[in-house]
Design a binder for this molecule. Sequence first.
Ligand code: PEP
Ligand code: MN
Length: 445
Amino acid sequence: MSNVPSLEQLHAIGARQQPTYDDPAALAAAVERLRTLPPLVFAGECDELKEKIAAASRGEAFILQGGDCAETFADATADNTRNKLRVLLQMAVVLTYAASVPVVKIGRLAGQYAKPRSSDTETRDGVTLPAYRGDAVNGYDFTPESRIPDPQRLLEVYHHSASTLNLVRAFTTGGYADLRQVHAWNSEFVRNSPAGARYEAMAGEIERALTFMQAIGADPDEFHRVDFYSSHEALIMEYEHAMTRIDSRTESPYNVSGHFVWIGERTRNLDGAHVEYFRSIRNPIGCKLGPSATADDALALAARLNPENEPGRLTFITRFGADKVRDGLPGLVEKVTAEGVDVAWICDPMHGNTFSASTGYKTRRFEDVLDEVRGFFEVHRGLGTVPGGILVENTGDDVTEVIGGGEELDEHGLAHRYESVVDPRLNRVQSLEMAFQVAEFLSAR
Ligand code: PEP
Ligand code: MN
């Protein structure tokens, strides 16, 4: 395929965080099958998103990217998808209304099934097994059989992504995302929390504004549908490569398994297969930058990933941790900006703020998450650069995975409803609280 390295070439370069499959024939068969399956997204949609990200990088829009750390096949249900979409729509409407800025909505969904891990193995009670690498690779159950990487799962990723995206498209264009539903998105449970009550009041104002607009005869399409995009970490070479197609209109390669794909913190090495693969596709792409990234690393990544300095093509997703963002981020932003490199900056306030609670659960403090976002805005405001968006791990359900927030969930409360298979997510109320806070940071910009 023009300009896209072959799978063999990518493996020869060396790809980190890949499963070790023990049946090469089964793997090859799965890849061949994937190559014949229809695209999940269109190149034209990816280009449209690229333009919106470019607008966000100029401060004319704000990116809200959110969803699960790791989707699972079992949870790819209609209720789950609706709940996730609903909380993102609520957050987006808060940001749009309270900060008067268009929000670019990107779900971490319909493809977010593969996870990089810090360790290849996991040990429980003296038993060591391969680590869980996401449903794309192996099973979460702690048994030898379940942890064996199974290439058939790559086909399951495709089919679950297709059904999730189909539902998302139906919801976002078929009436559910109609702005007149603002009240309906708020459920009983959320309404009783302070953030829910605040939302309810805002929804009332929006409804009055809509009624007024309609009375004067204005009823634009935007009131009835929203643009919503899919995204995931493009990690497993076999899957991403098999889902790469040449767009007939532009004759350029696109990854057609999601609109926006990103390179994780553990696979952004300049000489690695992920960077090499991402260079070859035309989607808007992201690259995580953690505290170990230097300004020169960022410049080198930008030069390789976006040599033509195309606006909207490259987003740096910074994830320093609340305690490091104010010291670490300015150097990066300053140098990248001084070199005239065109990027959108997104804050991921989740991955630098994870720790183990005394009860053993992997968690985050809501205050830390919020403080990293605050630091991100301070840094950009200080430098006169643009805070382009946030990336959160959240869910539309009332889980208990992140401590703190208005409901003051503590370490002991985590056991109540901890469902994430990898990282802790903001629950519905925490997500809404976050949106109100971010709206304040944004309007003070
Ligand atoms: C993630 O976004 O789930 C993730 C693994 O992040 P990072 O690559 O920044 O650690
Ligand atoms: Mn995560």
